[in-house]
Unconditional design. Sequence first.
Lengths: 368, 371
Amino acid sequence: MDIGGRREAAQRLMEREGVDVMLVAPNELNRVDTVFHMTGYRGVGESLAVLRKGEKPLLIVTPEWEAERAQARAKGWEVRATDDLPQAIAALFPKGLPAGRTATVNLGRLPAAIGNKLIAFVGKDAKKLEKQLEIALMPKTGDEIEHARRATAIAEKGFERMLEVAKVGMAECDLAVQMKLYMEELGADDNFWLMTASPHNRAVQPSSGRKLEVGDIILVEMTPTYKGQLAQICRTVVVGPPSNLLAEKYALVVRAMEAGIRTVKPGIRMGDVAKAIDAVLSAQGYAEYCHPPHIRRRGHGLGHGSNAPGDVAPANDTILEEDMVFVVHPNQYLPETGYLLCGEPVRVIATGVEQLSKRTAWLASVPV
Amino acid sequence: MRVTQPAVLVGNYDWDETLVPRAEYEARLKEVLAKLDGGLAGLVVYGNKVDNAALAYLTNFAPKIESGIALVAKDGKVRVHAAGSPQMMINAKRLTWVEDVRPQRDVPKHVADWAAEAAAQGPLGFWATEAMPADLLPRLQAGLGDRKLVDVSATLNALLREKSPVALKLSHEACGMLAKAMAALKVRSTKATGREAAVAAEQAAADAGAQDVRMLISLSKGGTPTAIDYPEGPKLDPLLAYIAVRHAGYWAEGFVTLSAAENPMLTRTRAALKAMLAAAKAGTTVAELRDAAQSALGGLAIHPAAHKAAVGVGLQLEEVESEPGGVARLEAGRVYSLRAGAHLSLSDNALLSAMIVPKAGGVDVLWSALG
């Protein structure tokens, strides 16, 4: 599928659902920008993708000065830029929207001042097609897969740089900002970056002003985006030499991850990947740590437009298909060591799995 | 101003008592409670990573991911709910002076439970600035059943516009960081691509202590600043840029147009900003500022990004005003960004701005693109 095919898939969904008009908004707070997913344009203000039966697809962006980039990114879409999104929609449909034949996606996630006006204009009878649209648009495009590779390469280089830069006394946030900037230099346009340090971590968190100390275990989820496509690697770094116990437990978590990755192939349930990871850890006596509150998922889909194919979790019945891209990360809490992170982005291929990262997680350390 | 929103707020948002003392928050809390209608039993305050002005004003808490709420009882007790698991509250607690920080799973349930346990009988107030999702208030109201939720944002947003001495000091400091970022941008842009210059500016702001930086630059020569969403990009002249930096919650913003050669568009825009600064003082109307700008621009059209000649800047990049059309008149002691710009075509634009604090008879300039 390419991005044009994604637009056609949305139009087929409209036909199946019996709707003539579909208004699609982003859900940026949940890191799911459906407008970007359909059009290739990620807004600085609110935007709406407007699909109308028999008409050219229309992208309405705000503010008024955003026209240039929207036109450059949203190939195949007519673009209009405005400072007043509800007014633009009202002007587009002067007789109102077709009763019973209108669908919306994510209007409730727009800022209230805009979303409430649009919801009132659309009326209560409009179909909500959030789930259906996500499923229809699920397959990754060839470009997105290539971008995931590039994002992975940026993440791996970022991690190498982090091992050079991190030092005792440096604040987590300062390290995080330096890494973010370095990855921007390499071409990243955003970064879902979590990094936290402690001698015994309970979770990975957004970084704080806490300063690194000898004996800290730094947990890192590096998730740069390249042209809007996310890729994630998860790593663990010790400040100073690692203990034998820590090395042994980290090797176990990596073994569990590798078992999960080996399971990946078309036709299996996503939940089976999680179960393969749990099996390795349970065999070593950690079954009780394979459930909440210690762990909720063993990975997740990767994309700014969609989280498909969802979480790597036992209950996920999604059947894996070729070209699905997600991260497998055991990210396990162990009572002896605390939370440990390892994770690799993978792509489902006809013969099984392609790991997008060149080097599998290892227990790294920074000298003191 | 609309800017790109990052997936996670990466910089240092920890509460730093040396920058914003506890007494400042105690005073703010008192003011908020004093402004609440006597019949309200408590206050629900919402913020998210995009817009957290109300939440940060009261608690310093800016959600680094997703959203958060503060629940304020009439006796002044405050509870914060932060996105993330219970194990993630360790770092969430560093973001605020509030000691009671709990994980946020189900906002309507948290509000309903708190109302039943901690709040007195009666309706609750609700305070949020502009990025609150449209579906939140109905969900909260549904969770509360018969107990009414009253949106008091319009009343309380007035407090965000007023600047205490602490807030003014932080705004001054943010403008200093902005100046450093602009200087780095200018130096780097003479030799590098727009994107590389933007990274250099961001680095300079971070080195100066900014907790957050947002950048927009021209996509093409002379183009209106926009998000940097592609790795490719040439060296641009003219390069238009917008930089916003945040310091202990307070933003400073600026537009610049960088070019090796003077051009009529830039010359006139410079004259427009100069005229606006000369006209600005406490009490100046935005219409007067616009007239001053238009007079200097001659027949050139005002750039759409400068249609609002003045915007209030503080815990938001564009503060919510009492008038729906935005700033009507400059008020003494507030912090504003004055924007001047001209637009002819996609590749023929100029934008410049200045950060000011109006006073009787003139303004204090905190930062200016005019140097």
